[in-house]
Write a protein that binds this ligand. Structure first.
Ligand SMILES: Nc1ncnc2c1ncn2[C@@H]1O[C@H](COP(=O)(O)OP(=O)(O)OP(=O)(O)O)[C@@H](O)[C@H]1O
Ligand SMILES: [Mg+2]
Length: 361
């Protein structure tokens, strides 16, 4: 029965129906003429027509005209659908991706219309994504230029002072040189971070290997012992030490967790401890990096993973970061098909990372 819903069949149906209606009308017309022939005042005009045109030619011509008329009427809907499709395509070509074809017919045209609607929706989505990417890129460039210019201006200023011998004595000279040096270092760290961020986000090829999470984190935290000492802090790891394997690019994952641990030390000094909790839930490993410093204000939480975002600019400025650390971490975790989130209360700030466990390990 499927063939009944094709255009080809609909056209055949239109021909058959037109023929049937035309024949029907011709038969009725013929009988009517026969009947009217006997009734005055129709006898004379009918006789005239029969004598001058002939009943056969009359029937043929009327038949053809009627057939064409009914064929046009019956195929009208199909033609109208075609016109609607071509109008819709023109609208979409002009860029109106919200245009929707409302063809409900169950045949190829209905299908075409459905596909066109889908195509328009897809195009709309792609264009929106592209626009978003473009905007993100522009934002990044704006942010970067701003962040590069600020230290550069001050380096330039101090170097100018030195160059023009505008300093009292050697002590002041050293002071200026020192500031320029510090600013250059922060500039370098910004450029390094930026490089890292764009690399991770622009198709950096990951080399993923089997990695044991406990070993990985025990090793990593050891590297932080000097800076923990310097901040008067200590670390604690809580884990059931069950072998926990994931598929990861170890170098990248080191970066991700270095950023989290470095943050926990920088922003959690008062808390004395950096805690790391490792656990498995179903097919995921959950790694929590916890510190007990000042909480991240509720309203800032949604932005914390954005590039260049730093909480309370003034407080954070003292610590001299660039605000790229968490953006890099998030990108890396997501490239590992993982997920990172943060909870911050008065007592503790928890960065929770979930990574898929390696199957059959
Ligand atoms: N553990 C934490 N406790 C409290 N605040 C935090 C913590 N981690 C991050 N933050 C806040 O989030 C902001 C963004 O962190 P992020 O690591 O992205 O940048 P950063 O540390 O400022 O600079 P860097 O790029 O050098 O890491 C920080 O400025 C800080 O205010
Ligand atoms: Mg940081």
């Amino acid at each position: 029965m499927k063939f009944l819903y094709t255009i080809r069949w609909k056209f055949i149906l239109a021909v058959i129906l037109s023929l049937a209606i035309t024949s029907g009308l011709l038969i009725i017309g013929n009988q009517l003429a026969t009947y009217l022939f006997k009734v005055e005042p129709f006898t004379a005009p009918i006789a005239w027509v029969i004598n001058h045109i002939g009943s056969r030619p009359l029937i043929y011509v009327t038949g053809i005209l009627l057939f064409i008329l009914f064929y046009f009427i019956l195929s009208q809907q199909i033609i109208r659908n075609l016109e609607q499709i071509s109008f819709g395509l023109r609208q979409i070509a002009k860029g109106d991706f919200n245009y929707k074809l409302s063809i409900k017919s169950v045949d190829e045209l209905g299908n075409v219309a459905h596909n066109i609607n889908q195509m328009a929706a897809q195009l709309k989505q792609s264009i929106e994504e592209e626009r978003y990417a473009e905007k993100t890129k522009n934002d990044l460039i704006t942010g970067v230029s701003h962040d590069l210019r600020t230290p550069l201006t001050s380096i330039l200023g101090f170097l100018e002072l030195i160059d023009e011998d505008r300093y009292k004595d050697e002590v002041e000279l050293r002071y200026y040189a020192n500031i320029a040096h510090e600013k250059t270092k922060s500039l370098k760290s910004l450029i390094d971070d930026l490089f890292e961020y764009t690399r991770v986000n622009n198709g950096y090829r990951f080399e993923r290997n089997k990695l044991e999470v406990n070993d990985f984190l025990y090793q990593l935290i050891e590297e932080f012992v000097p800076s923990l000492d310097k901040s008067g802090m200590d670390y604690r790891i809580q884990s059931d030490n069950k072998a926990t394997f994931i598929l990861a690019d170890a170098n990248q994952l080191v970066r991700a967790f270095e950023n989290l641990i470095a943050n926990a030390i920088t922003y959690g000094k008062e808390g004395k401890y950096v805690d790391i909790h490792i656990s498995q839930v179903q097919d995921e490993v959950i790694i929590k990096v916890i510190n007990y410093g000042e909480p991240i204000p509720m309203q800032e939480i949604p932005y914390i993973f954005e590039r260049f975002y730093r909480v309370e600019q003034s407080r954070s400025k003292e610590t001299g970061g660039t605000g790229l650390g968490l953006a890099i971490t998030k990108s890396i975790i997501e490239l590992h098909e993982g997920h990172i989130s943060v909870q911050s209360t008065r007592n503790q700030t928890i960065f929770e990372t979930r990574l898929p466990l390696l199957k059959n390990s």
